[in-house]
Design a protein around this ligand. Structure first.
Ligand SMILES: [Zn+2]
Length: 231
């Protein structure tokens, strides 16, 4: 068996609603990492996701690389997004039970890494339960200790852009790669994953319903999506 928690970055987008409708139809609860500027622009799509059973996580306010900003700037980035998330949860009438966080680009802040982890811990952000992840590099890279939500598999579908040369074929190559250079092999039997996908309207223009194509493919391959659990 292969099990996976689904995470979707850069919400809310225009395609957030159809993605949520689709996930609901498949009985999949995902963590949607939202960033502040997008929450300001499309709060109703954040509300919609919550009212349809999704969890919203913090993905900063302006989506900077945290190694390129100071600790103080990073702290403000996180706090500003928190305020917006609290507001969206209130508007949706949904109780906010969990506070997962994901760094933009997975950039953990360079020299500020430990200060940022301490901040996340002290401010009661929730670590996604990862004890079932058995890839050796997960512990070697101390991802089992970090509070932020990293991932074990990245579709990389955000690279599908006009002129990028990256297509859905490359996405499928990643899905079927038995020995990827980064992350864990998606379809290795017995593995447990945190999967990364993005809600990008730019990708939607290139490949309509790319999210359904990718998730349906994993379902066909026997991947079971599990409800996110937290420490
Ligand atoms: Zn992002």
């Amino acid at each position: 068996m292969i099990s996976a928690v689904l995470t979707i970055d850069d919400v809310p987008s225009k395609n957030t609603r159809p993605i949520v409708d689709y996930l609901e139809s498949r009985g999949i609860q995902a963590i949607l990492f939202a960033y502040g500027k997008r929450l300001e622009r499309l709060p109703e799509n954040g509300v919609y996701a919550l009212q349809h059973g999704m969890i919203l996580g913090n993905h900063s306010y302006a989506h900077p690389g945290f190694s390129k900003i100071s600790f103080e700037e990073g702290r403000r980035e996180i706090e500003k997004c928190e305020e917006l998330l609290d507001r969206v949860y209130r508007e949706a009438g949904v109780e906010r039970l969990f506070r997962p966080f994901r760094f933009p680009y997975g950039d953990k802040g360079g020299e500020n890494k430990s200060a940022l982890q301490k901040f996340l811990k002290e401010n009661r952000f929730n670590k996604v339960k990862d004890t079932q992840i058995a890839f050796p590099w997960w512990k070697e890279q101390e991802l089992d200790r970090d509070i932020d939500t990293f991932w074990t598999f990245d579709f990389a579908e955000y690279r599908i852009r006009p002129d990028s040369g990256f297509t859905m074929e490359d996405v499928w190559k990643r899905v079927y790669d038995p020995a990827p250079q980064s992350g864990g092999p998606m379809l290795k039997d017995g593995s447990n994953h945190i999967i990364l996908m993005h809600a990008h309207d730019e990708t939607e223009e290139m490949v309509p319903k790319y999210w359904q194509l990718m998730i349906d493919r994993l379902l066909e391959e026997g991947v079971q999506f599990v409800q996110p659990a937290f420490f």
